[in-house]
Design a protein around this ligand. Structure first.
Ligand code: UDP
Ligand code: MN
Length: 241
């Protein structure tokens, strides 16, 4: 049987949320043996989110994973970290030790071929991500089938200067590091997570034709502030009297 892909999507309530998850869900509908872990940065399991997720017919787990208040005051704030940590814990607590873990944010764009590439991940696979930073791509550099370095416009002294969407991890390999986690440290989540699983250069499997193809993009949806429409309950009450 095909190894299961555990596709972890951090998401949060804002007016673009339904649009993003509809587009992503309709991409994932094309993928066999995929379990969608949707971790919402919200205090409880929003019923409208369940209503939406049910419609896709994809096996999914909906997790309420609010960011602890203290991190909201950080600049920049560590977006999606509480969500991904909750998903990693779910994988551990449910004894999932085979299959492949992938972090797919709700606003990214995915080529369907990405899924066949990451499914065969033995330890950690890596591949280019489009629309990252000044260079417009972040990618491993491959020589004779081996990763020998990285091309990324924000090296920032990182050992693994890669984007969250640029790697996948085999769950047997993840299980070898029971303390592996993602830090609440904006910009360094990937690097420290990959360090925490004891990654070594020789373990990396280049995908996407030796990292020569872009199969995932770090697209970003333009954010607009919604006008706040208040229905003042006191006015309504007084209207009724
Ligand atoms: N996110 C979240 N809470 C927030 C902001 C973002 O859970 O307060 C999620 C968001 O849905 C996305 C991920 O974290 O899946 C990364 O956030 P975003 O896309 O805003 O960051 P960027 O791609 O710009 O780094
Ligand atoms: Mn994003």
């Amino acid at each position: 049987p095909l190894p299961t892909i555990y596709f972890v999507t951090p998401t949060y309530p804002r007016r673009e949320q339904i649009a993003e998850l509809t587009r992503l869900g309709q991409t994932l509908m094309h993928i066999p043996n995929l379990h969608w872990i949707v971790a919402d940065d919200f205090d409880g399991c929003n019923t409208f989110l369940d209503y939406l997720l049910n419609k896709f017919g994809i096996p999914y787990t909906h997790i309420a994973s609010p960011m602890p208040d203290i991190y909201r005051s950080f600049a920049p704030i560590p977006r999606g970290v509480a969500n991904r940590r909750a998903a990693i814990n779910w994988i551990r607590n449910n004894g999932k030790k085979s299959g492949v873990l992938y972090f797919g944010d709700d606003d990214n764009a995915f080529d369907l071929r990405l899924f066949s590439e990451i499914r065969s991940t033995q330890r950690v696979s890596m591949f280019p991500v489009g629309l990252i930073g000044l260079y417009a791509v972040s990618t491993p550099i491959v020589k004779q089938g081996k990763v020998i370095g990285f091309f990324d416009s924000w090296p920032a002294n990182r050992l693994w200067p890669v984007d969250m969407a640029g790697f996948a991890v085999n769950l047997e390999y993840l299980a070898l590091s029971p303390n592996a986690t993602m830090p609440y440290r904006a910009g360094y989540e990937e690097d420290e997570f990959l360090k925490s699983i004891g990654l070594q250069m020789a373990h990396i499997e280049p995908k996407a034709s030796n990292c020569s193809e872009i199969l995932v993009w770090h697209t970003q949806t333009k954010k607009e502030k919604s006008a706040v429409v208040r229905i003042d309950s006191k006015i309504l009450e007084s209207d009724q009297t």
